[in-house]
Design a protein around this ligand. Structure first.
Ligand SMILES: Cc1cc2nc3c(=O)[nH]c(=O)nc-3n(C[C@H](O)[C@H](O)[C@H](O)COP(=O)(O)OP(=O)(O)OC[C@H]3O[C@@H](n4cnc5c(N)ncnc54)[C@H](O)[C@@H]3O)c2cc1C
Length: 315
């Protein structure tokens, strides 16, 4: 009988896992609490402009991921944005989704059963199956699970005994926060090519990008500002008005919107690409906390989790 496989999280890791399992003949259902797939690869319209307000670009270091990037590029789904920021080239391409970063997960979700606006609130072991409680008092069952939510959230969801060593390894993982401001400025921001000012390790601001010059917004002066991890932590509970004023730093905006990324990028990671939890039924964790803290790492983690699960289901 066909095993019921559920993936929690429709970010790039969950969707790469789902596509791999689909290709080897294992049907999956992907659940996500968001209104659309993509997680931190987030693009949204606001006041007539389009903003990438989570991940800004991706890089490619591994041949396995390069094969996906080439296929996406051949389809026109992704393109090279630049070979460096602040007007300088280091020769390494930075890729973006042609219609914004979210167009990549939107593409990956095609052909997969993705149920959005479903927040899993508890994972319980029930005999040889998993029982998933959702915020709508619905209980779903699964024979095998891949969980790609940020690890502190995953630990909160897992309502069953796990080995102390496994819990300790997972509790070591930490994430930085990021306050992200989308703003439509009254005046053009003077940014170097390709319309980006990147301040690595910068505080209070690490990143300013012009979404029109990026090619995703028709409206001009639509900028994304990312705060650094220190500023984000220290100002996390401040009002949106207060944070916006600090990040705008005297610039005048006709409209703005703040997004708070509690789990932005892992600052302490697990070294392996995925993590099998010892339990009566298969449970594999994936995401950017496993291996490399970026889009490529999350994608490769999803593939690794799918292969691990495939091995457990089809020995
Ligand atoms: C501000 C910012 C800037 C970044 N910039 C870059 C960059 O330029 N380049 C780069 O490579 N990386 C960047 N990153 C990191 C990159 O976005 C991530 O590494 C990658 O997108 C993570 O993918 P993921 O699938 O592991 O997790 P996610 O994308 O977070 O996916 C997890 C999914 O789980 C869902 N979920 C969570 N809890 C539940 C629940 N209880 N029930 C159901 N669903 C749930 C979420 O809605 C989410 O969709 C950035 C991230 C942020 C926030």
């Amino acid at each position: 009988m066909q095993k019921q496989v559920v993936i929690i999280g429709a970010g790039i890791s969950g969707l790469m896992a789902a596509q791999h399992l689909r290709q080897v003949g294992i049907a999956v259902t992907v659940l996500d609490k968001g209104n659309r797939p993509g997680g931190r690869m987030a693009t949204r319209p606001f006041e007539g402009a389009i903003f990438d307000y989570g991940a800004q670009f991706f890089t490619v270091r591994h041949e396995r991921f390069a094969s996906f990037q080439r296929a996406w590029q051949a389809k026109g789904l992704v393109k090279i944005w630049s070979q460096g920021f602040n007007g300088q080239s280091d020769g390494h391409p930075r890729f973006i989704g042609s219609g914004g970063m979210n167009s990549i997960p939107a593409h990956l979700a095609q052909g997969i059963e993705v149920r959005c606006a479903v927040k899993v609130s508890r994972i319980l072991a029930s005999g040889k199956q998993w029982s998933l409680e959702t915020d709508f008092d619905e209980t779903l069952t699964a024979d095998a699970l891949i969980v790609t939510t940020p690890v502190p959230q995953t630990l909160n969801l897992m309502d069953f005994e796990i080995a102390d060593t496994e819990r300790a390894a997972l509790e070591r993982i930490e994430y930085d926060r990021c306050l992200a401001l989308m703003a439509i400025l009254e005046e053009r921001e003077d940014l170097p090519e390709p319309g980006v000012k990147q301040m690595l390790e910068g505080e209070p601001v690490t990143w300013i990008a012009d979404n029109q010059r990026k090619g995703i917004s028709l409206l001009s002066n639509a900028i994304t500002i990312h705060a650094g991890p220190k500023f984000s932590l220290e100002n996390w509970d401040k009002s949106a008005e207060d944070v916006a004023a600090q990040l705008l730093d005297g610039r005048r905006a006709t409209a703005w919107k703040l997004h708070r990324w509690k789990y932005s990028k892992p600052s302490v990671m697990h070294p392996e690409r995925c993590f099998t939890v010892t339990a009566p039924s298969p449970l594999v964790l994936a995401g950017d906390a496993f291996g490399e803290a970026r889009i490529e790492g999350a994608a490769l983690s999803g593939l690794s989790a799918a292969e691990r699960l495939q091995g457990l289901l089809l020995p």
